[in-house]
Design a protein around this ligand. Structure first.
Ligand code: ADP
Ligand code: MG
Length: 705
C-alpha cells in the first residue's frame, strides 16, 4: 500500500525555505568559497573580502529568485527591538535600464544614518555615525520581498551600539576560557565551545477590537486600569487546556511562518492565565537563538493581526493575573558536540562536568547583581517577587541529588554519594546517573539546573535575550578563566580539581536553594545568607558600572568602561521614559474617559432621584442617594489623585541633572502615585453602569477570544 507521509514532506519542504543556510550555500557557492565561509562561521576566522564578493553575488541571486527586490542590514539597537533600512538591488546603467547589483562591500558593511537610536552619549563622545557589520554566524533570510542580513551595529570607533555585539564578544570569551579548561582535561579535539539557548516565550492573545478601545494597551502595552474580573486564573483550567479554534489557527500559521524562516518552533500550549500561551523553539547557538527570538516576537505580532487578534508581549499586561516571562535555557557545548552540562558516564567526564557546573554556580553567586540587571526592565518589576515569577533574589536550584553530591565534596574533599553507598573520588569513580525528571520540578527557582542545562527563569517576555546571555556567558567565562589559571599551574591536576570544587562549594553553597522561592521564609533566609534582593530596575542598573563588573567586562573584551557607562545611561533613560509615558497615558484615560463616564453615571443617579420625586409618589430614593453619595466620594478622591499625579509628573520631568536621581523620582513618586490613582479608578469601574464604562473590562479581554 502506498504510504502517505504528505505532512512530513510538506514540513521538510518549507522548513528553512527562506533561509540562506548551509545547504543553500553548499549548493550555490564554489567549494573553496563555501569552505572559507564555513571556517569563518565555525572558527571565527576573519573573512577574506574576495570571499564576501562571491557570497554576496550568490546571496543576491538566491534572494531575487525568492522574490526579493531589496536587502537590509538587520540590527538590534539598544531599543531592544530590531531595526532595518532597505536598499534595492537595482543599479541603473547608461542605456536607461537597470541591472541588479550587490557587492561584497555592501554585504559586509552598511551605513544606516541611524543617529536617533539611543547611544547613551557614546556617539557624542566618539563619532556621530554608526555602521553595521555583517554577522555571518547568523544566516541571512528573505522576508517581505527583502533579503535580511543579520548585522552588528557599532560606532565608527568600534564602540558597541547594539545588543548583538557584546553577545558575540561574550561567546568568544566563553569559548576561549572553556577550551583552556577542556585542554587541561585532555580534550584535544574541541577547538571551540558554543553557548546554546532555547527560549520559552510566553504571550497573551486578545481580541483586536477590544485592544483598539484600550488606550493603555495601545500606548504602553499593559493595562493601567482594570478591576478584577469575577473569574481569574484560580481554577487553572486554562493551563494546557484545549486550544480555541481561533488561537489554534493563529498558532498553525505562526509555526509555518517561523519554519520558513528557519525558526524551529517546537512546542506550543496554553499557559496558566486565561488568554496566555507559550511557544518554544529547539535550542540554537546564543546568537542565532537571539535573532530567532526577535523574529518570532515580530512574526507573532503580525500573524495575530491577521486573525483579528493582538499579541501582547508585555511582562504584565493585566494586574492580578500571571505575567509573561521567557525561560532562557542555557548550556555550553563543544564544537564536537559534547554538552558540557551533561553529567558524563565515565569518572573523567564526571570531574569535568562538576567543574563546569561549579563554575556556573560560582558565577551566579559572584555576579548575582549583573544577572539581576540583565533582566531588569520596568515591565519585569511587576512580575519578580509577585509569587508568579521568581523573586528578585537570584539563587540556584540543583535538585536533591546534585546538592547531596556537592555536600559530600565539601565535607570530605571527596565526593561520595550516600544514596549509592560507594565512595566517589573525583576523576576516579562514576557519579550515579542523575534522573532528569527529579531535577525539573521546582518551578519557583530563578536559575534551575534541569538535567543538562540551566534554565534562567527571570527573563521578561518582551526583552531581547541578548542581555541575559551576554552577561551569563561573560560571568561564566570569568570563573572558567580563574579555574584555568589555577589548573594550568597545578602539579597535581586531580588534587587541584578537587581543591577547587571544595572551595567553590564552601564559598558559594549559599546561592543554592531547592525550596519554595515564593515563600516569605525564603526572603528572610536569603537575607541571612547575604544574598542581594534587588527589588526594582532602578536599583539594578548601577551594577553596570560597579567596579568589579567593569573589571571583568573589560578583561574579557565584552564591553569597555565607556560602553558600560553608556548602557547605564540608556537603561535609566529608558526607565524614565517608560514610566513617564505610562503616567501620561494614565492621566489621559483618567481625565477623558473614566472621569466623564463616572460623572455621567452620577447624573443618571441624580436624575433618577429627581424623577422619582417628581412623580409625587412617596417612593424610597435612599438607594440611589446612597449610591450617589458613595460614587461622588470616589470621584472626588479620583480627581484629587489625578491632580497629585500631574504634579509629581511635572516635578519629575523637570528634575534634570543626575539621571539616576531622576529615575528614583519616577519610581518613588510617579510610579507610586499611579498605583494610588489606579485604586480609585478600579473602584469606579465596579460602581459605574457597565453600559457607560468607556472601555472593555478584564473579563471582556481575558475571556473574549
Ligand atoms: P521543558 O522545560 O518544558 O521540560 P525542555 O527541557 O525539553 O522542556 O526544553 C526547554 C527548552 O530548552 C527548549 O527550547 C529546548 O530546545 C531547550 N534546550 C534543551 N537542551 C538545551 C541545551 N543543551 N542548551 C540550551 N537549551 C536547551
Ligand atoms: Mg522549561
Amino acid at each position: 500500500m502506498p504510504k502517505c507521509n504528505c505532512v512530513e514532506i510538506n514540513l521538510s519542504d518549507i522548513y528553512g525555505s527562506n533561509v540562506f543556510n548551509a545547504s543553500v550555500m553548499k549548493e550555490r557557492l564554489p567549494k573553496v568559497t563555501y569552505k572559507a565561509l564555513k571556517k569563518t562561521i565555525d572558527d571565527g576566522l576573519p573573512l577574506d573580502p574576495s570571499v564576501a564578493e562571491v557570497v554576496a553575488n550568490a546571496m543576491k541571486d538566491w534572494a531575487i529568485e525568492k522574490g526579493a527586490t531589496h536587502y537590509t542590514h538587520w540590527f538590534q539597537p539598544m531599543t531592544g527591538i530590531t531595526a532595518e533600512k532597505h536598499d534595492s538591488f537595482i543599479s541603473p546603467n547608461s542605456d536607461g535600464k537597470a541591472i541588479t547589483e550587490f557587492s561584497g562591500k555592501e554585504l559586509i558593511k552598511g551605513e544606516p544614518d541611524a543617529s536617533s537610536f539611543p547611544s547613551g552619549g557614546l556617539r557624542a563622545t566618539f563619532e556621530a555615525r554608526g555602521y553595521t557589520a555583517w554577522d555571518c554566524t547568523s544566516p541571512a533570510f528573505v522576508k517581505d520581498s527583502t533579503l535580511y542580513i543579520p548585522t552588528a551595529f557599532c560606532s565608527y570607533t568600534g564602540e558597541a551600539l547594539d545588543k548583538k555585539t557584546p553577545l558575540l564578544r561574550s561567546m568568544e570569551a566563553l569559548s576561549k576560557q572553556a577550551v583552556r579548561v577542556l585542554k587541561l582535561f585532555g580534550n584535544t579535539t574541541a577547538t571551540r565551545v558554543i553557548t546554546t539557548v532555547g527560549p520559552e516565550q510566553e504571550y497573551f492573545l486578545i481580541d483586536k477590537e477590544m485592544y483598539d478601545k484600550r488606550k493603555d494597551l495601545i500606548y504602553t502595552g499593559r493595562t493601567l486600569f482594570g478591576a478584577k474580573p469575577a473569574k481569574g486564573q484560580e481554577l487553572e483550567d486554562h493551563y494546557f487546556g484545549t486550544l480555541k479554534e481561533r488561537v489554534s489557527a493563529f498558532m498553525k500559521e505562526l509555526d509555518h511562518e517561523l519554519w520558513k524562516l528557519g525558526v524551529s518552533a517546537k512546542t506550543k500550549h496554553n499557559e496558566v492565565a486565561p488568554a496566555q500561551h507559550e511557544i518554544a523553539p529547539i535550542f540554537a547557538t546564543s546568537n542565532i537563538a537571539t535573532d530567532n527570538n526577535q523574529l518570532a516576537m515580530e512574526i507573532m505580532r503580525k500573524v495575530a493581526l491577521r486573525h483579528g487578534l493582538v499579541c501582547l508581549l508585555h511582562e504584565k499586561p493585566f494586574a492580578g493575573v500571571n505575567g509573561s516571562g521567557k525561560h532562557n535555557n542555557w548550556s555550553m557545548s563543544t564544537n564536537d558536540g559534547q554538552n558540557l552540562l551533561d553529567p558524563g558516564r565515565t569518572p573523567h567526564e564526571n570531574a569535568q562536568f562538576l567543574v563546569f557546573l561549579c563554575a556556573v554556580i560560582k558565577a551566579v553567586d559572584d555576579y548575582a547583581d549583573l544577572l539581576r540587571l540583565s533582566i531588569a526592565n520596568p515591565g519585569n518589576d511587576h512580575r519578580l517577587g509577585a509569587n508568579e515569577a521568581p523573586p528578585a533574589i537570584v539563587s540556584v536550584f540543583l535538585g536533591e541529588q546534585l546538592t547531596d553530591i556537592l555536600e559530600q565534596i565539601e565535607k570530605s574533599g571527596e565526593a561520595t554519594c550516600s544514596k549509592q553507598g560507594g565512595e566517589l573520588k573525583i576523576g576516579v569513580t562514576t557519579l550515579p546517573a542523575l534522573p532528569k525528571d527529579t531535577t525539573d520540578r521546582n518551578r519557583t527557582s530563578p536559575f534551575a539546573f534541569t538535567g543538562n542545562k540551566f534554565e534562567f527563569r527571570m527573563v521578561g517576555s518582551s526583552a531581547s535575550i541578548a542581555d541575559p546571555n551576554f552577561i551569563l556567558n561573560t560571568i561564566v567565562a570569568d570563573v572558567l578563566s580563574q579555574i584555568a589559571d589555577r589548573l594550568e599551574k597545578a602539579k597535581d591536576f586531580e588534587g587541584e580539581v578537587q581543591q577547587i570544587l571544595v572551595e567553590i562549594v564552601k564559598n558559594h553553597k549559599k546561592v543554592i536553594f531547592n525550596g519554595n522561592n515564593y515563600s516569605e521564609e525564603w526572603v528572610l533566609e536569603a537575607e541571612k545568607r547575604g544574598l542581594p534582593n534587588i527589588r526594582s530596575t532602578v536599583d539594578a542598573i548601577p551594577a553596570l558600572i560597579a567596579e568589579k563588573n567593569v573589571k571583568i567586562m573589560e578583561k574579557h573584551g565584552v564591553l569597555s568602561k565607556v560602553e558600560l557607562e553608556s548602557r547605564y545611561e540608556i537603561q535609566l533613560e529608558n526607565y524614565i521614559k517608560t514610566i513617564n509615558i505610562e503616567a501620561l497615558a494614565m492621566l489621559e484615560i483618567a481625565k477623558r474617559q473614566i472621569l466623564p463616564a463616572s460623572i455621567k453615571y452620577a447624573t443618571v443617579l441624580a436624575n433618577s432621584i429627581n424623577a422619582v420625586k417628581a412623580t409625587g409618589v412617596d417612593a424610597d430614593t435612599t438607594t440611589q442617594a446612597g449610591l450617589l453619595k458613595d460614587l461622588s466620594a470616589v470621584i472626588a478622591s479620583f480627581k484629587k489623585n489625578i491632580q497629585i499625579l500631574e504634579e509629581v509628573c511635572e516635578k519629575a520631568s523637570n528634575a534634570h541633572g543626575d539621571t539616576y536621581e531622576q529615575a528614583c523620582l519616577y519610581r518613588d513618586k510617579v510610579f507610586a502615585q499611579m498605583a494610588v490613582l489606579r485604586e480609585d479608578g478600579d473602584k469606579l469601574e465596579t460602581m459605574v453602569d457597565r453600559e457607560l464604562w468607556p472601555m472593555p473590562t478584564y473579563g471582556d479581554m481575558l475571556f473574549g477570544v
